[in-house]
Design a protein around this ligand. Structure first.
Ligand SMILES: Cc1cc2nc3c(=O)[nH]c(=O)nc-3n(C[C@H](O)[C@H](O)[C@H](O)COP(=O)(O)OP(=O)(O)OC[C@H]3O[C@@H](n4cnc5c(N)ncnc54)[C@H](O)[C@@H]3O)c2cc1C
Length: 571
């Protein structure tokens, strides 16, 4: 791998003081959230992530902050209750990225599943579920509403008969009998939310340090051996407590540290993103969440002017890259046809595809769909210290999970909890205007230099962190990118400077939505790489090689054919 023109400041902070009370291994949402929680308690904490932040399972989600109504039938009442509470909490503490999501379930039968579902959660038997009928869904939704009662952040569910259901969403399959509509929450920018969580931790003081592209590769002489993924240099890092939050790679990290485990049994799930205005209109702006013919719960979800379709649940080997296959794409088209039979969709509509492995516990012969989505913390000894390995943990519960993991860590350190993260705004969610009137006031205060439309775009993109950016733009200018005029040169430079950007793809896939929405072109990659080269002082030739690497990964992993802006069916 190429060397950057200068040493990375984030890695320097680790190398210059190679010890901390706590080392967090893995910068997915769960590692980042526990890093934030510990940092806010004043704990000397360091985090390393071997790729970019939020590039593992956390980058592959269905973008839902949900109570997990489906888990009721597996008897996971604790998890559903906690998830609903966290959903309601995140709507308040991260209102810039977490919004209410109207969800409609088309139902094709009245009674089926009513016997098999309760049996399933009593016996935890594997096997295909019978179709979930209206009665079962009604019972589930009533229970779900009851969990929401205290939070009261979202309205109660509503059932409609066929005629009214089709009047509301005319392109739904006319064979349906009812629709049920309820609210969960959408997280339209998971990567940006994760970066805000990281930022909160880093901003708490120099006792909190983090670096991406640094991997934990071994354990010798009482220290974890870390490898800088950019330079290849290795260095030792000591900590009293090591938190293994490597998601689906938890066992692999434990093996690397000489503590082999077999805790995990991840399953792969994929999504495609379609640019299809007819399908977008057919959803009526709602998530369509339903049971496909094989009993899997799947979704058709309008997002950023596109439609996301997912997902699958297939046993996977985390040592292999997760890629959305052609068979999965066929499955997705099949499910769209099941619900919107008259809306034409084709491979040419796909602008992006992505896949990831859920960090689930090992599950023997239990069908992937029935594996517990709850999490647990497994302690072990590491040298003179302790390691806590995290098994499981959804996006939805990241704050509560982090509080649990951090509390166990504080106990090991003999330190008190001084701050609760419940109710504490995250990043650009602080002071975010949640009413129209408050938004108008914010826009008036922040639009003098950049204009109202641009100020609105920036607060939607960064929450109230936009204020700091707007101050910079007022000084530095706000010149639109030639190949993506929705972004400006100075905005991109701000992201590079303040958000640990190392590679071109960090910018295209995680600091912005450029890849997700199919906006990436060769010319845009070259324009962004030139800004990276200038800002990070890259050596000659690095920009070209970054463009080549980014184009190759977008093509082979995400099926993006850059010049045509379309996904090749056989990529
Ligand atoms: C298809 C799919 C759909 C999903 N949908 C939803 C949903 O809608 N809502 C929801 O709440 N949840 C959803 N989830 C679950 C959720 O995304 C994950 O459970 C969650 O993101 C896990 O986060 P994590 O931080 O534990 O793991 P990860 O995000 O995988 O983070 C672990 C990190 O550790 C790093 N790492 C590994 N080994 C090392 C090492 N040795 N050194 C340094 N770093 C290392 C990896 O690079 C990775 O970034 C979905 C998951 C999938 C796959």
């Amino acid at each position: 791998m190429k060397q950057p023109g200068h040493q990375r400041a984030s890695v320097d902070t680790l190398r210059s003081r190679p010890r901390a009370r706590v080392l967090v291994i893995g910068g997915g949402i769960n590692g980042l959230a526990v890093f934030r929680d510990l940092a806010l308690q004043g704990v000397d904490v360091a985090l390393v992530e071997r790729g970019d932040y939020c590039s593992g399972a956390s980058a592959a989600s269905s973008h839902m902050i949900h109570g997990g109504i489906r888990y009721l039938e597996n008897g996971e009442f604790r998890l559903v209750k906690e998830s609903v509470a966290e959903r309601n909490g995140l709507l308040k503490i991260a209102p810039h990225y977490v919004k209410p999501l109207q969800t409609t379930v088309p139902i094709f039968s009245t009674f089926s599943g009513i016997v098999s579902a309760p049996l399933r959660f009593l016996t935890h038997k594997s096997g295909k579920p019978e179709e979930r009928g209206a009665l079962l869904i009604k019972v589930g939704l009533a229970l779900y509403d009851s969990f929401s009662r205290d939070g009261g952040s979202v309205p109660r569910h509503r059932f409609l008969g066929r005629k009214k259901a089709l009047a509301a969403l005319p392109q739904l399959n006319p064979a349906l009998k009812y629709t049920a509509t309820y609210f969960d929450a959408s997280m339209h920018d998971p990567e940006r939310l994760a970066l805000d969580v990281l930022r909160d931790g880093l901003d708490s003081g120099p006792h909190a340090r983090a670096a991406n592209y640094v991997e934990a590769v071994g354990f010798d002489d009482g220290a974890v051996r870390l490898r800088d993924g950019v330079t290849g240099d290795e260095f030792a890092f000591q900590a009293d407590v090591v938190l293994n939050t490597s998601g689906p790679w938890t066992d692999l990290t434990n093996s690397a540290l000489g503590q082999p485990t077999s805790l995990m049994g991840g399953t792969k799930g994929s999504h495609i993103v379609l640019d299809n205005s007819e399908l977008l209109a057919a959803t009526g702006g709602r998530e369509i969440f339903f049971e496909h013919e094989d009993g899997r719960i799947v979704l058709i979800y309008p997002l950023k002017g596109k439609v996301m379709v997912g997902t699958t649940d297939i046993d996977a080997d985390p040592s292999q890259p997760a890629i959305c296959t052609d068979d999965e794409i066929d499955y997705f088209f099949d499910l769209v046809k099941h619900v919107f039979p008259t809306v034409p969709v084709g491979r040419g509509d796909i602008v992006y595809r992505f896949s990831g492995i859920r960090p689930l516990p090992g599950h023997g012969d239990l069908e992937p769909g029935f594996v517990s989505r709850d999490y647990r913390i497994v302690p072990s000894t590491l040298g003179q210290g302790t390691m806590l390995s995290l098994v499981g943990g959804k996006w939805t519960t990241f704050r509560a999970l982090a509080e649990h993991l951090s509390t166990e860590t504080l106990q090991l350190l003999g330190m008190p909890r001084t701050v609760s993260t419940a109710g504490l705004p995250i990043g650009g969610g602080a002071g975010f205007p949640t009413t129209d009137a408050a938004m108008q006031v914010w826009l008036t205060d922040n639009s003098r230099e950049v204009g109202r439309a641009r100020a609105l775009q920036l607060i939607e993109r960064y929450g109230t962190r936009a204020t700091a950016l707007i101050e910079e733009l007022a000084e530095a200018g706000d010149d639109r990118l030639l190949n993506a005029p929705d972004y400006s040169v100075q905005e991109i430079v701000w992201l590079i400077r303040t958000e640990h950007v190392v590679h071109l793809l960090d910018l295209v896939q995680r600091r912005t939505s450029i890849a997700f929405t199919g906006e990436a072109t060769h010319a845009l990659l070259a324009e962004l790489a030139a800004l990276l080269a200038e800002t990070l002082d890259w050596e000659l030739g690095q920009a070209e090689s970054e463009v080549d690497t980014a184009a190759e990964i977008l093509r082979t992993v995400h099926g993006v054919q850059l010049n045509s802006r379309q996904v090749g069916a056989g990529a």
